[in-house]
Design a protein around this ligand. Structure first.
Ligand code: SF4
Length: 322
């Protein structure tokens, strides 16, 4: 069996509003092997959630995938009939836990009813079978079986997040995409959720894509990192290498602006403000290494060490970029 599970190739997504095309993702490419944890990092508006929604085929008008392929075990899931995609891929192969999903639990339904609904909509109708699977899933996320008969308001934020992760495990997916699973949780609960995600990855072999604005979260959990800015990949590579030696000025800014228990808070440096420009490098209005060419042309993705970096500083064909 090939280790490559998902390969995203030149994916572009745009929103068409008042006859204007607003590009949300541009030529995004990356791949993930079975059993890996990939962290997708970027500030709000960088295209992280759009990327997740493209993978689960839930980009709705006025949004549209304008280009690219998403190969799952070699099959381009963008060209699969949508009914077949929902039947064969969604929940069974790929599960998605959306951002702020703790609020997506229906307040008038017991937790077990959420499991019944999901399973029944995927053709599993035997309630005893569903109950047994739900029991197994909540045990996996370290919750007591009694939680199944509770209502959402009876649970803490951390417990609700665990329930949603358990729900995403119901049909034994190979890949789970978690969108900001630790936002709105206190620090201790954040760590326990990340430890839980690592346990699922290790014990079940589930491949994980974790979306976060916090590079510290990705550093804690992910083997590889994909840094997004303005809908484009800025840097992609091994987490340890990126954290030890970030190459892209934006990645350097993200790392320098993250508080850490080891870092003197007075040495934190926020990334300077700046609008996304209409031409040139999308980061040039915020970059301290900016040169004339950065304002005029868009950099490509260049190979540097074992990484991909979108910055003229790593374009070997240009010795001088000024
Ligand atoms: Fe900075 Fe230029 Fe590199 Fe963009 S291409 S990140 S502006 S040095």
């Amino acid at each position: 069996m090939t280790r490559l599970l998902l390969k995203v190739q030149d994916l572009s997504v745009a929103y068409f509003i008042h006859k204007q095309e607003i590009v949300a993702l541009k030529d995004v490419s990356f791949e993930i092997e079975r059993g890996e944890i990939l962290g997708i990092i970027g500030e709000s508006g960088s295209g992280k959630t759009t990327l997740a929604k493209a993978i689960i085929r839930s980009i709705k008008p006025p949004g549209k995938i304008t280009k690219g392929k998403i190969l799952y075990e070699g099959e381009d899931i963008l060209s699969v009939d949508i009914k077949r995609f929902k039947r064969e891929y969604l929940w069974k192969k790929i599960s998605y836990v959306p951002q702020a999903s703790q609020n997506s639990l229906n307040g008038v339904m017991r937790i077990i009813d959420h499991f019944y609904d999901t399973a029944i909509s995927h053709g599993i109708t035997d309630r005893n079978t569903i109950y047994d699977k739900a029991k197994e899933a909540v045990k996996m996320v370290s919750l007591d079986e009694r939680v199944l008969s509770s209502y959402p308001h009876e649970l803490s934020g951390g417990m609700k997040q665990r329930v949603l992760i358990a729900l995403s495990l119901l049909l034994d997916p190979e890949l789970i995409i978690l969108d900001e699973p630790t936002s709105a949780l206190d620090v201790a609960t954040q760590k326990s959720i990340l430890d839980l995600v690592m346990k699922i990855n290790k014990e079940l072999g589930t491949t994980i894509i974790l979306i976060t604005h916090d590079i510290g979260v990705a550093n804690y959990i992910a083997k590889k990192m994909l840094v997004l800015y303005a809908g484009q990949v800025m840097e992609f590579g091994n987490t340890e290498e990126i954290m030890n030696n970030p190459l892209h000025p934006y990645t350097q800014g993200l790392i320098n602006s993250v508080p850490s228990i080891y870092k003197d808070v007075s040495k934190l440096k926020p990334i300077s403000e700046g609008e996304i420009p209409l031409k040139g490098c999308p980061f040039h209005t915020r970059c301290s290494y900016v040169s004339e060419i950065c304002k005029m042309e868009e950099p490509g993705l260049y190979t540097a060490n074992t990484r991909l970096v979108r910055c003229f500083l790593y374009d070997k064909a240009r010795k001088n970029i000024s």
